[in-house]
Design a protein around this ligand. Structure first.
Ligand code: MLT
Length: 412
């Protein structure tokens, strides 16, 4: 007899994006005439080609792999030195942060890392999660058995939910109770909000006071336009003692289909065993990665390193400008249609209040049926996401213009 991990059975609906895909397939099958004009602003998947510098580096690395003299086998599990050094220099030292190359673990995705990190963290941790939230943080804790069942509202027993609404500018208040692990993501997916240095400092102070760890997702930092918005949790004093950061090449350099990311675990960061003794999370994560991962492929790491060349930086900037130009168009179109809009100024997501409190899956169906546009219903990100929907700015300019026009033409 083989048994399943029954914690999976607590997850009621499917993962959000496959569920959207299922509904969209139903729509296109029922409306073959509308299918060709369908525009997807649902999942935040990039649409523009990889930067030229990245393509050149990929080609060159593939040629190296095709020659016995320059061929490489297994990559170092933790990442090639050339990429870790480039990340440390450009993403951290250049912004005044003290993160060394050997605190950077190269991987094939921030989604996987933010899920896999639970391997090294105990099941007795009390978990705090923002609501709405990128579903991976919550679902992976459910799968790992860190929660009880969900109630009728979809809230899982044992989770400390941190509501993020327009009333708190989508940055959660510090909770009264003690959380051991806190998931934060800024610029935020799905709300497009940012957190100020003062707000993040309050979280770092809380984490230090409670011996907690902040799991900080900065996958969208490249979209920040305002000079005073922090790009990393490590810009905050004291964060080296209480934070792990996840970053990705997916959204800035278009690597959603190419796969490269990294996680920063400071060397001094520790958590306790049951007897209260400290253990290095850097060492445990290194052990976990070395055991379960054989490294991101050499050509992909070369491609990622090319992002940090002068040409790469210029090309990435123009990709960001492109998507943020789309965000401006979409944001303005929704506002001009009389909708209340948030985000979209330092992030590629526009977070829109549904008119008259309409449930967000109803708005999803309405926008799909009336405008042939796929958005993401806020409820898919958590109960506090109900009453909102998300428009992704990842698209061609022509599609963003068309969506803006269709949003304007709809009877909301
Ligand atoms: C999203 O749409 O929320 C993201 O694309 C999902 C992801 O990055 O995995």
């Amino acid at each position: 007899m083989a048994y399943i991990n029954e914690h999976f059975l607590k997850l009621k609906a499917g993962y959000l994006f496959p569920e959207i895909g299922r509904r969209v397939n139903e729509f296109t099958q029922a409306n073959p005439d509308k299918a060709p004009g369908l525009i997807r602003c649902g999942i935040g998947d990039v649409t523009e080609a990889l930067p030229e510098a990245v393509i050149e580096a990929l080609h060159a690395a593939v040629d190296e792999m095709g020659n016995r003299k320059t061929f490489r086998g297994y990559a170092p599990e933790l990442g090639y030195e050339f990429l870790r050094e480039a990340i440390a220099e450009h993403d951290y030292a250049a912004r005044g942060m003290d993160i060394s190359a050997d605190e950077i673990f190269v991987s094939d995705g921030a989604k996987c890392d933010s899920a896999n990190i639970l391997d090294i963290l105990g099941s007795q941790n009390r978990i705090a999660i923002t609501d709405p939230v990128y579903p991976v943080y919550l679902d992976t804790n459910v799968m790992a058995g860190h929660t009880g069942p969900a109630d009728d509202a979809g809230l899982f027993e044992g989770i400390i939910y941190l509501p993020c609404t327009d009333a708190n500018d989508f940055v959660p208040a510090i909770p009264e109770e003690k959380a051991d692990l806190i998931y934060l993501c800024y610029p935020n997916n799905p709300t497009g909000a940012t957190a100020t240095k003062a707000q993040l400092s309050a979280w770092v102070d809380y984490a230090k006071a409670n011996d907690s760890i902040i799991l900080y997702d900065a996958a969208y930092e490249a979209f920040i336009q305002d000079a005073d918005v922090p790009h990393s949790i490590f810009e905050i004093e004291g964060a080296r003692d209480c934070a792990i950061e996840f970053r990705s090449f997916s959204k800035n350099a278009g690597f959603t289909g190419t796969r490269c990311a990294f996680t920063v675990v400071p060397k001094g960061l520790a958590a306790k065993d049951a007897e209260g003794h400290d253990h290095s999370l850097h060492a445990l994560w290194g052990r976990r990665v070395a055991t379960k991962f054989n490294g991101t492929s050499y050509p992909i790491q070369r491609a990622a390193a090319a992002v940090y060349t002068e040409a790469g930086q210029t090309q990435v900037r123009s990709l960001i400008d492109h998507y943020m130009g789309n965000a401006k168009l979409l944001r303005e179109a929704a506002a001009n249609a009389g909708l209340e809009v948030f985000g979209g100024t330092n992030a590629p997501y526009i977070w829109v209040k549904t008119p008259n409190g309409t449930p967000s899956w109803d708005i999803f169906d309405k926008v799909l049926n009336e405008a042939a546009v796929v958005i993401t219903p806020g409820a898919g990100f958590g109960t506090a996401g109900e009453g909102y929907f998300r428009i992704s700015a990842f698209n061609s300019r022509a599609n963003a213009e068309e969506v803006a026009q269709r949003i304007g033409a709809m009877a909301w």
